[in-house]
Design a protein around this ligand. Sequence first.
Ligand SMILES: Nc1ncnc2c1ncn2[C@@H]1O[C@H](COP(=O)(O)OP(=O)(O)OP(=O)(O)O)[C@@H](O)[C@H]1O
Length: 658
Amino acid sequence: MAHPTVTMKGAPFDRAAMETLMRRRLFYTPSFEIYGGVSGLYDYGPSGCALQANIVDTWRKEFVLEENMLEVDCTMLTPHEVLKTSGHVDKFADWMTKDPKTGEIFRADHIVEEILEARLKGDKEARGQKVDDEDKEDPKKKKKKVKVIKAERLDDALVKEYEEVLAKIDNYNGEELGELIEKYNIRNPANDGELEPPKAFNLMFQTSIGPSANSPAYLRPETAQGQFLNFQKLLEFNQQAMPFASASIGKSFRNEISPRAGLLRVREFLMAEIEHFVDPQSGKKHPRFVEVKDVELELLNREVQLSGKTDVKTTPIGEAVEKGVVDNETLGYFLARIQLFLLKLGVDKSKIRFRQHMRNEMAHYAADCWDAELLTSYGWIECVGCADRSAYDLTVHAKRTGAPLVVRETLKEPLRIEEWQIDLDKKKFGPKFKKDGKAVEAAIEALTQDVREKLSLELKENGKITVEVSGVGDGRVDVGKDLVAIEKRTRVESTREYTPNVIEPSFGIGRILYALCEHVHWTRPGDEARGVLSFPPLIAPTKVLIVPLSAHPDFQPLIHDLSKKLRTLRISSRVDSSNASIGKRYSRNDELGTPFGVTVDFQSVKDKTYTLRDRDTTKQVRAGEDAILQAIVSLTEGAESWEDVAKRLPAFEGQEVD
Ligand SMILES: Nc1ncnc2c1ncn2[C@@H]1O[C@H](COP(=O)(O)OP(=O)(O)OP(=O)(O)O)[C@@H](O)[C@H]1O
């Protein structure tokens, strides 16, 4: 689907130009391309790797370091049993629908969405309204595209219906999607062929560990499970202190039904996930919530979506939590921190929103869930999911394995608990009940406090109690007072045991990287053929381009010296000593997002002064080596802006030579 987005300079965004740039300048490239490629698999080149590394580095600083998180690196190969227990084997599926004639397969929600959107556009066109034509049929890829938008007027009521369906498109189950396909006559866009009712398709890649087929396994679809399984060890490492968070960065794998939209939906991707473990009885308060309470977020809550709308409300997170729009402080804290992180990367603030999951969209155990969505030319895309997973994962793994995935908290004030306790004379149980001894014993020990109280009277009055034991005799067994005693006693408890709840922010690094590139891409008027990627210096793949005026040998020692000094400062730089004009060399590097350029000219040879150029304004200053290096450091670290530097260093008025 196409969305009319504009660049940071207000001009229409040109996706094709940006994607061509990304591939040409080796940010990413289709994997196995010379073998024809495999959809949903991409390799990153030098620019993409450096950009990704900077994003990951920022993530580590903003979360792992900032919150003292415990980072783990768990295996991607995961045994069947783990993912069976977590529910992925049975439930981690999307709905697919097939054209039985051609065998073509579509993701059911996506095909419904694409076709309804195309029809709405056709309606707009028929009404004489402006339609963004970015997604009109691409003749080269005719087969896969939704049909040309036909200018066809729809009934007003139908337009409303379509809009309501689209607002809730993530919430339909297979049966409901089947109904939509039938009701709205959704067909294969390539040949108008009928589509089959949707079927569930599990997204995990299956494999087996070792030479025998006895150990089925999967490539993990998320990094979370490894963190849950290590919970006990991490808690111990953290000296039993709660709350705490673990974090993990690593590849995840999903066999997406029909990967599309480049890096946004791929089959192997880098995830950065946090599992924040919290005491459910703490009200999920967060000690640092006060630091972020005034951060304003664009919230699209459940009620608004239910009414078929997509209006966001700008709300300080403190207010959203107070009013119960966001379930709790910890969840709210992370939503704010996610936004701060995205802004640090250079994401456009006006293109961030937080969308709450509908009840049927969330896993049954989740208490609340919000997605950070970024606006791209493909529409609003979930880039970070933030879910309150309650105690689900730890509980199911503990139940399956018997491992104590719990917190034992020493109580400040020991609890005195009055309760009915049962004493059994177990030595006599064997001779009396023979093979049924264990079952009778278990049935008595399982009696609730109420029943115990009642039975204590029965024992006093009749000298025996009658308990129900299924499978033994007629199901009722008498136990005499020679075998059992029931008394009210006081027990002192000095520890409390509980299963923590988990708040999970889950970041798709590739989606963030792609959306960021869209947000910072623009072209200079008059030079539309070449784009500029205005990454913040901290995130830019390379920070400095060193440009000698010419290949004159006198420049060599200076280039060598500058490069060495920048290396020592841990600032990445590249030298472009090709014989293209200085202007061309700079504009080539604008495409890579290199924020600063240093020109080495004959004046530099004389007095070791250099010009420093800012990518976004193309303005330059001139100063001595130390001042230039110091400015580069403070600009890269974000301590100063270009405006600050331009105020304190003399401007250089020399023109860039094209
Ligand atoms: N196929 C994919 N390609 C790239 N990134 C992905 C993919 N699937 C998920 N992600 C990223 O991982 C994050 C967490 O995964 P989560 O399970 O919440 O996604 P999801 O709800 O399944 O996404 P979607 O509904 O778009 O398939 C997402 O916010 C997204 O950034």
